[in-house]
Structure formats: C-alpha cells, structure tokens
Write a protein of this length. Structure first.
Length: 83
C-alpha cells in the first residue's frame, strides 16, 4: 500500500516482483514499499548521490556513477548484499 508515501520530488520509480522504490535523485533520498525481504525496506540505505537504480526480481542496486560506489538491498542471496 503506497497511500502514505510522499511522492514529492520523485524523479524515477523502479519495481521488482515484490516491491517498489521511488527515487528522489535531486534530494538524495528514496522511499520503498512492499515486501521488506525483497527490497521493500530501504530505511538503512544511503541514497546520497545515487544516479541509477537497477532491480532484479528480489533485490536492488543503487549506483553513484560519480563516485563509482553502490549500495544493495533486498534478498541477500540474489544480489541484495554487495558489501
């Protein structure tokens, strides 16, 4: 249910089979909803400088091309852990 999501400033929306991510690129923020085990909880993810987000069926990858860095979240066995 996304009825409580503030979409102000959203520049892109991404989805996988179980969740969605609304990126606020200019603010360095994002909001996620859906199944927390598959990317629906991104409260601990730092989106500062994120330029691109890619998702597979169960995880996401946020890339900062300027710094060559990325963060991942979602199902750890299928791409949700890029540490």
């Amino acid at each position: 249910n996304c009825s409580s999501i503030d979409f102000t400033g959203v520049t892109n929306i991404f989805g996988n089979s179980y969740s969605f991510v609304a990126l606020k690129k200019d603010l360095g923020q994002a909001v996620c909803w859906g199944d927390a085990d598959y990317g629906g909880n991104c409260s601990s993810v730092d989106f500062t400088g994120a330029t691109d987000i890619c998702g597979n069926g169960v995880a996401y990858f946020a890339l900062n091309v300027d710094l060559g860095q990325a963060v991942c979240w979602g199902h750890a066995d299928y791409g949700g852990n890029c540490s």
